[in-house]
Design a protein around this ligand. Structure first.
Ligand code: PA5
Length: 417
């Protein structure tokens, strides 16, 4: 993975100032201290993950592949966005379908999904660290009736709870009713949990090689364990974001990509950064766009609207497939593209967009990786988790809490009492 800062519009030597050096040193120490109680279990997870649980995940995945057509994943926020990102990026064949539920309270959505799978064999994976999230428990209530109707009392053998190791409603129910469980590790918040059972079970069921994901994350852990701005790309990227926010006065960061496979990854990034940094009146608002689709809509704003946007492009060097444009008629407006491939044209759109956005003085950084695969997914996840936590600490906010989310949950309960 590379980061290209050549299009950012300012001198990178700003990053290496003493002010940042000392701050990064302090943050590095905090993230790598042995006490994980502040929420840093994810930091050395790529080398310390639970090997026995990995074996259990693989055997459960095999069982589900053998006896189900559909895995219904019930989770919200950090308990689903990472899994969805990985599946949309990596799943190759859709023999076994992964469907996400519990992501809203619009019953028409759940009804449509259940209708679609009523004649199929289904396993349900409910993911909730707290085990108390209303969207999840309400959805589970409805899904349990659906499953009971299909499988009678035996339906519980088709349910897996991924939840806190020791506490919460789901853990207690699992203990008393003998429901299969997997664990969300201690001191690992939802948005930092995709490399645990939260993401790994859905990935394994989807036929994605989870060992390669962990290998990629392990490599990122190694590459990014240096307390050095010069060598550590995650720290460079965190400083870049901080500089763009505090010195260039940008308020929004857009993750853009020309690959549709990265769309859900962009949504995971949106949550990771917004929930980690958006506190105490601070933080870049993070969003994601898919090009060229959004160049025909939002692109106009980025170039000529309020000058509040910075942009991170995610660029895949070698897309998985391509197609030649051939036999174009001489009078066609695209005759000049005869013999070019779709990827040639997509690349031209990429460079053209960079040029146009640079003309508009949008600070741009390009994150380049060679191809979409399991290893790179694991690498990117770890890179962004580290960059995000560092970036939040540079803003002097806690990357691992979400007081706003808790407040919304409380107010919602109040309205129902
Ligand atoms: O990242 C987070 O911590 C949140 O988005 C949670 O994942 C989300 O609120 C769901 O919580 P839970 O897993 O407890 O159901």
């Amino acid at each position: 993975m590379e980061l290209d800062f050549n299009f950012c519009g300012f001198n990178r030597s700003e990053f290496f100032k003493n002010e940042y050096k000392q701050k990064i040193k302090d943050i590095h120490k905090k993230l790598h201290q042995n006490d994980h109680s502040i929420g840093t279990t994810w930091v050395d997870w790529p080398i310390k993950y639970d090997k026995n649980e990995l074996i259990l995940i693989q055997s459960l995945a095999k069982k589900i592949q053998d006896n189900s057509d559909v895995l219904l994943v019930v989770g919200i926020g950090g308990s689903y966005l990472g899994a969805k990102a990985g599946i949309d990026m990596l799943q190759k064949n859709n023999k076994l379908e992964i469907i996400f539920a519990g992501t809203n309270l619009d019953f028409s959505d759940l009804k449509r999904k259940l209708e679609k799978i009523k004649n199929k064999d289904v396993t349900v994976n409910v993911i909730s660290k707290s085990g108390t999230t209303i969207e999840i428990l309400v959805t589970l209530n409805i899904i349990e009736k659906f499953m009971k109707n299909k499988y009678n009392e035996d339906y519980k053998s088709r349910i897996i709870f991924t939840t806190d190791k020791n506490k919460g409603y789901l853990r207690e129910r699992a203990n008393t009713e003998g429901i299969q469980t997997l664990s969300v590790p201690d001191d690992m918040g939802g948005r930092y949990s995709v490399l645990s059972a939260v993401g790994l079970l859905p990935f394994a069921v989807a036929g994605i090689n989870i060992k390669n994901i962990l290998k990629g994350a392990g490599r990122a852990y190694k590459d990014l364990s240096e307390c050095s701005i010069e060598l550590n790309l995650a720290y460079q990227y965190a400083i870049y974001r901080h500089y763009v926010y505090t010195h260039i006065n940008k308020k929004v960061e857009i993750y853009s990509s020309f690959s549709t496979k990265l769309a859900s990854f962009g949504l995971w990034l949106q949550q990771l950064f917004c929930e980690s940094e958006g506190k105490a009146g601070k933080g870049l608002f993070v969003s994601t766009l898919g090009y060229t689709t959004d160049l025909h809509s939002v692109g106009q704003y980025i170039q000529q609207g309020s000058q509040i946007v910075a942009e991170t492009f995610m660029y895949v060097k070698n897309p998985n497939c391509d197609c030649i444009i051939s036999k174009v008629q001489t009078d066609s407006p695209i005759y000049f593209l005869n013999g070019k491939t779709i990827n040639d044209i997509n690349n031209a759109a990429f460079y053209g967009t960079i040029k146009a956005h640079m003309d508009a003085k949008v600070p741009i950084v390009v994150l380049i990786f060679d191809k979409i695969n399991e290893y790179n997914f694991g690498y990117l996840v770890y890179f962004f988790e580290l960059a995000c936590a560092t970036s939040a600490y540079l803003l002097q906010v806690n990357p691992f809490d979400q007081p706003g989310v808790e407040q919304y949950k409380r107010y919602m309960k109040d309205c129902l009492n």
